[in-house]
Write a protein that binds this ligand. Sequence first.
Ligand SMILES: [Zn+2]
Length: 247
Amino acid sequence: MWPEEAAAIQQAGRSLTELRAIGPFTASFMSRWLKDRPDVPAPPPLRDGFITYAYAREVIAAHPEWSGAAKADHQMHTDETDGSSTIDEMAEAARILGRERIAITDHSKTLRITNGMDEARLAAQGERIAAVNARGMVPRVLRSIEMDLTPEGAGDMDPAALSRLDLVLGAFHSKLRLRDDQTERYFRALANPDIQVLAHPRGRVYNFRAGLVCDWERVARRAIETGTALESTPIRTVRTSTSSVCA
Ligand SMILES: [Zn+2]
């Protein structure tokens, strides 16, 4: 997560201690490794297929037109559940970034660890969003939710409450460490008529969780049939002899 590559800092004649959490002792090791590179083993599956923050910044800097191209953000949490900012603060941050539309997608009630919302809190939040929109500001704020889905694809909110929202995301938050093929589980989620977006489909977290495995092509085709959007997680498809897997 360093903003610059250590090698670039060293090349520029700067001290590696500029990097977060690096003191003189570690810096001296890194400096030696950069001059005389040891053999670096392939990353373990938990860390494979990711790029560094420094590299991501480089790519974005090389394409300045991209940052202005994003007009909306349809996945964000507020202090209502596990976010740290209010709706107003999120809207203001989005305005500065040039977004025309944002969706407030706080968690649903099953996800206790995030202080998930029940139907009454969802309705109250909807009134606060309406008040923000009544001021006529850009971005427009959509009423939404990130609803927890069981492995069977069922949601945990009253469909009547969901029907008053602009957008419904569904997401798996349990049994994310199963290693067998989960294609059928994705099919069940896509068959849920209440959701329009399957959020963070793979459930992968850097250096923490490898994510679910499925036949991604079949899942993507089914999503086209059901008209469900898949949140734009960077996906690398690895072909195997019988199927492709989410990697
Ligand atoms: Zn989630």
